[in-house]
Every structure is written in structure tokens, then in C-alpha cells.
Design a protein around this ligand. Structure first.
Ligand code: 2NL
Length: 366
């Protein structure tokens, strides 16, 4: 029957010519659908004599099978071609930089505290810590601060409304000195510690925040004098600012906890209109910047902390960590320190991988 042979040739040729899935589906409906041409042929079987049906049925079924197979094969071929085309067009360039993942960074205050710990560790100091909620005695009395001292005033210090079980007034420490009092009382002399940490004062404007960071240092031993103080601070500042030309000027001052007391200034010079630490502050165009307070520990403070002032002497100093960070890393707004915006830290080049290492330079990127 050439009719069926023609139908097969035409159908297979049209299936072969199909270029997309939608056209192929249209052909399937045209041949094999309910109203399809091959389905129509199947219906003619019902009107045939049994003899005719016996010879015609296998031919029509074979035609239907071939067309169905051809459609299935073509479908697979089209899907494969589509995948190939996608693979060819969607190129993945593995040399492109990976998309940036948001990452936190080391806070400059933490960074500076790490640097301080590292520098002073090399000078034989350990890091001491203590409570931020203190009592009146450790924060003021043991530091030889009279009951009438202005720092004790309600408007300067954050007091808690209640007294503790021993009737002591509790407060947020105004400096880290009480840590050193506690260390001396516990360890005795000799002692070499730094005490970094948060401190609180009732103060708030462009250059003062109610919480800020301080580091104090304390050395107690036999025969300690002002020369040790100057050498230690000079060595520390040279390491911290990574300059050998740091020059110190000691000015007489007053603190109740030290006697004598000295204010330490550091010489700066003008480099292209910017004040850079280093050089003799008395040279033309140079100047002095007040950096920290220090002195020989007052005998009365040693006594309060249980150290015999006739055997031991020592020196102590205190400075602001936030200000130190501003000076070293060039940040100009103290309040941004406590906004918690990591873009600010990133802007000033602080990375989560920053580690203070003396060998690679303090503050060098790891
Ligand atoms: C400043 C500088 C200073 C101290 C802190 C201190 C601690 C003990 C004994 C003696 Cl336990 N002194 N710390 C000494 C001198 C200065 O801080 O400008 N403070 C208002």
C-alpha cells in the first residue's frame, strides 16, 4: 500500500525538519492526536472485513509506532541541542573576582589595645583586668582622692542608686586605676602591669563620650625612679608610632595618686600641612602635644594597696586609647568610634585579619 508508505515518508520528513518543541508538539497532535490523521486510519479498521483488517492492522500500527518513535527521538534531540546551546552561551569565567562577602573588621580600639599589650609584653608587662562596676574605695579613696575631690561629684561620675552589702557606694569606674589597686593588693610587689579597658564619665560632646577607653600602666619595684618612667614611655611611644625620632617633654603636674606628677608631651612637626609626631617640639615650626599623665606612685596609694613605700617605689601613667587610635590611624571624629558602622572601620583600613606583630611592624596587615 503506497498510501501508507507515502504517509510515513512525509510524516518522518516533516518531523525531521522540525526546529523547536512547539512545532513538534503540533505535529504530534496532527498525526497522533484524537483527530489526528493516523488515528483516523485506525478508525477505518472498524469498517473493514476481518480478512482486510488482519492484513491492514499491522501496517497501520507499524506506521503509528514509527511516527511515535520519530517524535520521541526528535524531542530528545531538540532537548539536547537546547542544553548544548545554553552551555555554550552561559560562560562561567572562573578568573573573575568572587563577589564581595560582607565581613566585619577589627575595631581600631581593639587593635590599639592589642598593640599596647604586645609592646608592653616585650617590656615584661602583663595585662590586668578588673570590674567595670567598682566601689568608691577602689576607684577614689585608695587613689588618695579626698572626699571633696571634684571627680567624686555626682555630675562627673555615674553612681548606682543603691549601696552594696557592705554599705559601699557603687559606681562605674572612672579610670582603670582600681584594677591596679586590686592587682597590687592581690599580688604585692614587684609588679609590672598594664590595665586597659572601658571607663565611664558623665561627659558628652564632640570630643567626650560617656564611655571611653583607657590604658594605665604600673611598675613597682625596688629603686624605681623617674628615669625608668621616662625610658619606658619613650620606648613604648617609639614602638607604637613606629618612629625613632619621638621626643618626650616632661612637665610638672598634679595628680592625687602620684608625687611628683608629670604631664608627658610629644614633639610634632609639620609635614605638608599635617602635624606628624616626631622631632624636637622646640625646633622652628614644631610643637608639643600633650599625650599622657604620669608620675611616681604616691606613698599613700602604695600603703592603701598594701605595699611598703619604704621598700618599694614605682611609677604609673594613664592615657586615652581612643585618642591614641585617632592619632595613629588619622580618624578625626571620636563619636564614629561608637556608632558600630563597620564601613567606617573598613574606610580606615581595618581588616578582620589585622594582627599586631612587632616583627612586621606594629599594625601591619597579616
Ligand atoms: C591622667 C593620667 C594617670 C595614673 C594615671 C595611677 C594608678 C595607680 C597609682 C598611681 Cl594604681 N597612679 N595612675 C597616674 C598618673 C596619671 O592618668 O591624665 N589622669 C587623669
Amino acid at each position: 500500500m503506497t498510501d501508507l508508505a507515502n504517509m510515513r515518508d512525509t510524516a518522518l520528513a516533516r518531523i525531521d525538519d522540525t526546529g523547536d518543541a512547539a512545532a513538534l508538539e503540533a505535529l504530534r497532535v496532527e498525526f497522533l492526536g484524537k483527530q489526528g490523521s493516523i488515528s483516523g486510519l485506525m478508525k477505518t479498521l472498524g469498517k473493514m472485513t476481518p480478512e482486510e483488517r488482519q492484513t491492514e492492522a499491522p501496517k497501520i500500527q507499524s506506521l503509528r509506532g514509527d511516527v511515535a518513535d520519530a517524535i520521541a527521538a526528535k524531542k530528545e534531540q531538540l532537548e539536547e541541542a537546547e542544553l548544548e546551546a545554553r552551555l555554550a552561551s552561559e560562560v562561567l569565567d572562573l578568573t573573575l573576582p568572587a563577589p564581595a562577602t560582607p565581613k566585619g573588621s577589627v575595631h581600631p580600639v581593639s587593635q590599639v589595645m592589642d598593640e599596647l599589650a604586645e609592646i608592653f609584653a616585650d617590656l615584661g608587662f602583663t595585662v590586668a583586668t578588673g570590674p567595670e562596676i567598682e566601689d568608691d574605695w577602689h576607684n577614689f579613696t585608695a587613689l588618695n582622692m579626698a572626699e571633696t575631690h571634684p571627680a567624686r561629684a555626682m555630675h562627673d561620675t555615674f553612681y548606682f542608686p543603691d549601696v552594696d552589702t557592705d554599705g559601699r557606694r557603687m559606681l562605674l569606674r572612672t579610670h582603670t586605676s582600681p584594677v591596679q589597686i586590686r592587682s597590687m593588693a592581690e599580688q604585692g610587689a614587684p609588679i609590672r602591669i598594664i590595665a586597659p579597658g572601658r571607663v565611664y564619665r558623665s561627659d558628652s560632646d564632640a570630643t567626650h563620650t560617656p564611655m571611653f577607653h583607657q590604658v594605665e600602666g604600673l611598675v613597682i619595684d625596688k629603686g624605681i625612679h623617674l628615669g625608668h618612667l621616662k625610658w619606658t614611655l619613650e620606648t613604648f611611644l617609639k614602638a607604637f608610632f613606629e618612629r625613632d625620632d619621638i621626643v618626650l617633654r616632661l612637665r610638672p603636674s598634679y595628680f592625687p595618686f602620684t608625687e611628683p606628677s608629670v604631664e608627658v608631651d610629644v614633639g610634632w612637626q609639620d609635614v605638608n600641612g599635617r602635624r606628624v609626631l616626631g622631632g624636637d617640639g622646640d625646633a622652628p615650626g614644631h610643637g608639643w602635644m600633650e599625650l599622657l599623665g604620669s608620675g611616681m606612685v604616691n606613698r599613700r596609694v602604695l600603703e592603701f594597696a598594701g605595699v611598703d613605700p619604704d621598700v618599694y617605689s614605682g611609677f604609673a601613667w594613664g592615657l586615652g586609647v581612643d585618642r591614641l587610635a585617632m592619632l595613629k590611624y588619622g580618624m578625626d571624629d571620636l563619636r564614629a568610634f561608637f556608632d558600630g558602622d563597620y564601613r567606617w572601620a573598613e574606610h580606615y583600613g581595618f581588616s578582620p585579619f589585622d594582627q599586631p606583630t612587632l616583627s612586621a611592624g606594629v599594625g601591619a596587615r597579616a
